[in-house]
Design a protein around this ligand. Structure first.
Ligand code: GAR
Length: 191
């Protein structure tokens, strides 16, 4: 039997997207989530990983910057960033060219870049009185949030919205689309 295509998920926080992706691919014929990696020891994503029976691991900044980190990813085909804070080092971007996928909780190219993460993004969008926001799923290059777009979806913002209510709308879009977009992209390259 042919080996499956292995995903590693990198997450820094709660990991609700990571959980959704693991569940989506649980019975998948060709794709599986092999492990969850985090830069934070106390991130809730580790609890989720335990519950889902997926190995999880915490790495330090030094480990991540060192090219030998790549040995940890020896059997990984694609890296998925699901709420991951750090910039991906150059050696990793070139080893996984077009094989690292990120989700950003806004309509890039607006509201991206260093420090634009989670609720900070939603607060900036609301402060700027935008009438819509959304999600961007894109490939990762050496810069924050600048790689080629694979998919965008929008939601409307009302006068009553707060960063928290906007976050809920965005999460809904993420759960609906992120696993499917990953699947579609990988399938298109597997042909
Ligand atoms: C998600 O909304 C994701 O788009 C965002 O962090 C959240 C993580 O939630 N990512 C970024 O802001 C990347 N710049 P989760 O931990 O519950 O999946």
């Amino acid at each position: 039997m042919k080996n499956k295509i292995n995903l590693a998920i990198l997450a820094s926080g709660s990991g609700s997207n990571a959980e959704n992706i693991v569940q989506y691919f649980e019975q998948h014929e060709i794709i599986q989530v092999k492990e969850i990696l985090s830069n934070k020891k106390d991130a809730f994503v580790h609890e989720r990983a335990k519950k889902l029976n997926i190995p999880s691991y915490t790495f330090s900044k030094e480990e991540f910057q060192d090219t030998s980190f790549i040995k940890r990813l020896a059997d990984i085909d694609y890296i998925v960033l699901a709420g991951f804070l750090w910039l991906i080092p150059k050696y990793l971007v070139s080893a996984f060219q077009n094989r690292i996928i990120n989700i950003h909780p806004a309509l890039l190219p607006k509201y991206g870049g260093k420090g634009m993460y989670g609720d900070r993004v939603h607060k900036s969008v609301i402060d700027a009185r935008e009438r819509k926001s959304g999600i961007t799923i894109h490939l990762v290059d050496e810069k924050y949030d600048e790689g080629a777009h694979l998919f965008q979806a929008e939601c409307l913002i009302s006068d009553q919205d707060t960063p928290q209510t906007l976050a809920q709308k965005i999460h809904k879009l993420e759960y609906e689309h992120f696993p499917q977009v990953i699947e579609k992209y990988i399938r298109s390259r597997a042909k």
